[in-house]
Design a protein around this ligand. Sequence first.
Ligand code: PLP
Length: 358
Amino acid sequence: MSAKLLINLNKIKNNISFWQNLCQQHNIKLIGVGKGCPASPKVARLIGNTTSIYGDSRLNRLRELKKAGVDFELSLLRIPSPSELEAVVKYSDISFNSQLRVIRKLNQAAINLNQPHQIILMLESGDLREGIYPPENSIKIAAEVENMEGLKLIGVAANFSCYGGIKPDTNKLNSLIQTAEKIESRLARKLEIISGGATTSLPLLLENKLPARINQLRLGEALLLGRDIQDIWGYELPELNTDSFLLEAEVIEVAKKPSKPYGEISVDAFGQRPSFEDRGMRKRAILAIGRADFVYPDQLIPCQQDIEVLGASSDHLILDIQESKTPIELGDRLRFQLYYGPLVHLSQSNDVEKVIIN
Ligand SMILES: *Cc1c(COP(=O)(O)O)cnc(C)c1O
């Protein structure tokens, strides 16, 4: 295959150690989340083996790992589908839940299979994806779960920055803790886990603002790429490897062309009406890879800083190479660092070969 996703397991491992060390100092355990790189069991195993709990939103991936007999715990991050509850019990040790009716059936499935199952209640915290709303409703639900034979309630969780773009803050986490403590007094026991979010909770950790009772984070992007914390949140953390995954794609056309499309402008391949600046004649290259593989051309970062991504159609990526100091020839392979979005798609593309390079 001409396009490759190069995967450096050592670099991912270093990223995991970096966050694990920092979290350990704050008594925080990690769920290592691998859903950013589906279709690479080696990455999933590395994450699971180093963090001891592997999290994914897709049951399919957990099933593969369970069947392969891995010895880390498996956690289903997306709340269960009502039609798959037996599989949830079979293939995950822990699931996140927000619907009492589903929890009741999950309990039944666990009893039927004679397989105890742990759950964490997801509480709505403002981002408006999954979660019990209002969060106080979780107290009653917890009390009911406490009497279920098949399930063990191990904690509560919040999620942020997924749908609504709402960022975690100390207030929101304190209110999660308050609800957890109400559950604890109702059950007359401690909850093992208060799970304070994902990669976007890391700024709070770095600022020492994560409330002490938060003792779990579920990290995906920060382990795989470590890019958001630097590029979006502005922290300089040179210890992190943002290049643990690289896209490599092949040049199939090199030509000097006008920079502004000519003729009557209508719509591009995706029904959008594009606009262009006229920069005169420029040297361009086309690579044999496209939106069908990575979806977001503006989230590819050329390793060579003197080339520029102009755009892409389904199967072609178009670059401006006018300023390139190294000559770019037909058949050359160019490399790109990735944001999370392209990584998710590239790792699932059948036309992109996954190559472990270290
Ligand atoms: C995807 C996901 C995570 C991990 O998110 P990152 O931003 O990659 O750290 C954590 N929790 C839940 C519920 C998720 O769906």
